[in-house]
Design a protein around this ligand. Structure first.
Ligand SMILES: Nc1nc2c(ncn2[C@@H]2O[C@H](COP(=O)(O)OP(=O)(O)OP(=O)(O)O)[C@@H](O)[C@H]2O)c(=O)[nH]1
Ligand SMILES: [Mg+2]
Length: 446
């Protein structure tokens, strides 16, 4: 297994020098991005001892930053006795190799992606989570294998006795081949897990509850909200990427309607594409939801950037079309002026605190309204043998009247469209007094 840096097994935390670039176009202000990188470093168990920045139009192809800046980094590393240099942007494998050479052994050079992969490795709990992280780590490692065994490769090309057996494949190639093999094994295992889940979700379709997914920037308070709403006990802490594995809970709203709510991995700016790819089955919880709550830490001065970053990731995972509601958390940390400002910017955005419970009723009300927005008013006569269907009407709709007659249960209810369609397919629709069932049917057919 590859050893990823920064695993906090050493008694002394590793000492990290951070390097950020202020791009002349776009992106976050470098200091804000480095603040976040510093939190990531801290989460990985290391300690930041210096931060360096440079303004650039584009990265230097050889060393990412300019040669003068590389010198400066070397100086800081020596003076501060640093163990690792962390770049806030992705390095190509050759930039990383060149920088490693310039700074010299045994100082490690890593980038934001490696750091995030490392944290994911520390926090993955379930088998699926661990496999997904391993897959992303190996894919990251594959093009960076170079150097490790290059001395052996060189000896082989020199030829002579002792270097001829096992020829045709250097140790490097052996390693690459093994890693590729492991990658395809991991993919197969993950596909297996996904297939099994697919079967489960097909079974679930017989009782299609409305699905809410909590998405949002890491540390926004998603897990705290899930715990607060459903009494779950998901780990919630002041750390980045505390949650990796999705948790789904069934949730009964005050009106009686039951839905499911899923807490899942948080997002971040510059989220590694490899991770997004490896986590696609976890993220399907978000993609397949009926409603996404974009949970925002409204007390963070960067919350607008967070919202944008989350939108970008939602697009990337194919969830761009799912109805999304911005919900503003940690309002207990926002003063009156700040709250008014939030109202102005997000007249539709609910303000609440998952910690104190303030504004939570309002949040539930908003979700409930959204969930019943497509409801149909129906009158049905369901045979007694369809007890499960009657239960579903109670769980997922609002039953307005119910009579037990000879031929079955006569119900007037507001139900989600997909359940209305199902009742119709089964031929259980009775006409409502105002004829709305007929009208609805015509509308649906259009
Ligand atoms: N003041 C305040 N703190 C909150 C509130 N909600 C959550 N927190 C704190 O914010 C931190 C992060 O909360 P989590 O629920 O773990 O956040 P998350 O979005 O699940 O984060 P990840 O799983 O790491 O992506 C914890 O220390 C929570 O106690 C809130 O309404 N007010
Ligand atoms: Mg969480």
């Amino acid at each position: 297994m590859p050893r990823f840096p920064l695993v906090p097994t050493a008694p002394e935390p590793e000492r990290a020098v951070l390097v950020g670039v202020e791009w002349r176009e776009g992106g976050w202000p470098v200091e804000r991005s480095l603040d976040e990188l510093e939190r990531l470093v801290d989460t990985a168990g290391a300690q930041t001892v210096a931060r360096l920045t440079q303004r650039l139009d584009r990265p230097n192809p050889r060393t990412f930053i300019g040669s003068g800046k590389v010198e400066e980094v070397c100086g800081f590393v020596r003076r501060l006795d640093a163990d690792v240099v962390v770049f806030d942007d992705d390095l190509t494998p050759s930039q990383q190799a060149n920088l490693e050479r310039a700074v010299g052994e045994p100082v490690k050079i890593i980038d934001r992606t490696a750091l995030i992969l490392d944290i994911f490795g520390l926090h993955a709990r379930t088998r699926e989570g661990r496999l997904q992280v391993q897959l992303a780590q190996l894919q990251y490692l594959l093009p960076r294998l170079r150097g490790m065994w290059s001395h052996l490769a060189k000896e082989q090309t020199r030829g002579g006795i002792g270097s001829r057996f096992g020829q045709g494949e250097s140790q490097l190639e052996v390693d690459r081949r093994l890693i590729r093999k492991r990658i395809s094994t991991l993919r197969r295992e993950l596909e297996g897990i996904e297939r099994r889940r697919g079967v489960q979700s097909k079974e679930r379709i017989s009782s299609p509850a409305y699905r809410v997914a909590l998405a949002g920037y890491t540390n926004a308070g998603k897990s705290t909200l899930l715990n607060r709403l459903t009494g779950a006990d998901v780990l919630a802490e002041d750390k980045l990427f505390a949650t990796l594995d999705p948790t789904t809970r069934s949730w009964r709203l005050p009106g009686g309607r039951t839905m499911t709510i899923t807490d899942t991995v948080g997002f971040i700016q510059k989220l590694p594409h490899g991770l997004v790819d490896a986590f696609k089955s976890t993220l399907s919880e978000v993609r397949e939801a009926d409603l996404i709550l974009n949970v925002v830490d409204a007390s963070d001065e960067d919350y607008r950037r967070h919202i944008r970053a989350v939108d970008d990731v939602l697009e990337e995972i194919g969830a761009g079309e799912v109805p999304t509601m911005i919900v503003l958390n940690k309002i207990d940390q926002v003063d009156e002026v700040g709250r008014r400002d939030l109202w102005r910017q997000f007249p539709e955005g609910v303000q609440f605190s998952a910690r104190t419970g303030e504004g939570l009723d309002d949040l539930v009300e908003h979700i409930s309204r959204e969930a019943s927005a497509g409801d149909r008013l129906l009158e049905v006569l369901v045979p007694y043998r369809e007890a499960a269907l009657v239960k579903m009407l109670h769980d997922q709709g609002s039953v307005l009247a119910e009579d037990f007659e000879d031929r079955g249960v006569h119900i007037v209810a507001k139900v989600p469209l997909r359940i209305a369609r199902r009742l119709e397919r089964k031929g259980y629709l009775a006409s409502t007094e105002d004829g709305s069932a007929e009208k609805q049917r015509e509308e649906d057919d259009e």
